[in-house]
Ligand binder design. Structure first.
Ligand code: FE2
Ligand code: FE2
Length: 156
């Protein structure tokens, strides 16, 4: 069953929400294409989409949390959690590439589903959602600066 985006998942009403919606779309397509049929091209597409997405998203999220003044020890914890997800993805891709038969493939599908469940139910809740108040405060603080910059630029 497809997982739907809900307002309580929102973190910044901007780029990180867009990324997380994209992650949900990858998960839902994986669920529809791979879990049901277990077909190799669909599994390959899901893994390659996830790898591309993860790198881009983690760089963006890490930059925004630093800019928002997130406490350094929590930044480190969160970045470590990202490294762990990247490592698990790498292991999955290697397992996929060396999988020979249907049993192997079924195992990779199961491992991918397990990783995605962890990503959505654990990482998103434990590491991403706590960023929300910091991102909100940082957006509030930078809004007057941006307005002032536009004002002075218009007068120049
Ligand atoms: Fe994260
Ligand atoms: Fe995230």
């Amino acid at each position: 069953m497809a997982i739907r985006w809900r307002g309580k998942l929102s973190i910044d009403g901007g780029p990180l929400d867009a990324d997380h919606r994209h992650l949900l779309a990858i998960v839902n397509r994986f669920d529809a294409d791979c879990a049901a049929e277990g077909n190799r091209p669909a599994l390959q597409r899901a893994l390659s989409d996830l790898r591309q997405f993860a790198r881009r998203h983690f760089v963006r999220e890490e930059r925004l949390m630093r800019e928002a003044g997130y406490p350094p020890e929590r930044v480190r914890e969160h970045e470590n959690a990202h490294r762990t997800l990247i490592a698990r993805l790498g292991t999955l891709v290697r397992h996929y590439e060396t999988s020979a038969g249907d049993d192997d493939l079924a195992e990779v599908v199961w491992e991918t589903a397990d990783l995605l469940k962890h990503w959505l139910a654990d990482h998103l809740v434990r590491f991403d959602l706590p960023l929300k108040p910091y991102l909100k405060r940082s957006a509030r603080l930078s809004a007057p600066r941006a307005t002032a910059a536009r004002f002075w630029a218009a007068r120049a």
